[in-house]
Design a protein around this ligand. Structure first.
Ligand SMILES: Cc1cc2nc3c(=O)[nH]c(=O)nc-3n(C[C@H](O)[C@H](O)[C@H](O)COP(=O)(O)O)c2cc1C
Length: 164
């Protein structure tokens, strides 16, 4: 029996994740960024991470052409930034950023960021899996992260589960 798309999507939406903005620059050296929740750690040694970007995404060519990118992990107060980098034609409008140690554009007030060299590009159906070798990892604050769950945003408060 064929897998129903709606069932597949509903099932995937039950997996809560953080939200990142992945940045790079184009041939004209202009800033590029896109909101991504399909981000994952991959390897500690060497230090590798990955993210998945749709082949039809507006920014796909820039990420295929770039040789480095940065992952900015958003704080709970950065919902607006998440929406801008997902839906706006001018996502950097009003968004403060600074240069990381390796020259990547980093969203100001993000919780943490990773500057990466592109390590591998893997075909993943209607997405491309971009693997990055992490050159620089910086934590900027202990702010609560922005959480994406069931197509909505949530905040992770101090509801730490008690383990005994
Ligand atoms: C919270 C959130 C998470 C997202 N995560 C991903 C993702 O992991 N991969 C992806 O390709 N697009 C993701 N998107 C969609 C992209 O940010 C963006 O909207 C899409 O690439 C735009 O496609 P377009 O340029 O063709 O309009 C996400 C959007 C939101 C709001």
């Amino acid at each position: 029996m064929m897998l129903e798309t709606i069932e597949f999507k509903t099932c995937l939406s039950k997996f809560a994740s953080g939200v990142t903005v992945i940045t790079t620059c184009n041939k004209e050296n202009e800033k590029v960024g896109v909101t991504i929740s399909a981000f994952s750690t991959l390897s500690l040694s060497p230090p590798l991470i990955l993210f998945c970007l749709g082949k039809k995404a507006f920014t796909i060519n820039e990420f295929k052409e770039c040789n480095k990118f940065a992952v900015c992990m958003l704080a709970e107060k950065q919902q607006q930034i998440s929406n801008q980098f997902a839906y706006s034609e001018d996502p950097w409008q009003g968004v403060e950023s600074f240069k990381g140690e390796y020259g990547s554009d980093i969203i100001a007030n993000c919780i943490a960021y990773l500057e990466c060299e592109k390590y591998q590009e893997i075909d993943g159906g209607d997405h491309i899996i971009f693997v990055g070798l992490v050159l620089n990892a910086k934590t900027l604050s202990n702010s609560a992260p922005l959480i994406h769950y069931q197509s909505d945003y949530f905040s992770l408060k101090e509801n730490k589960l008690i383990t005994s």
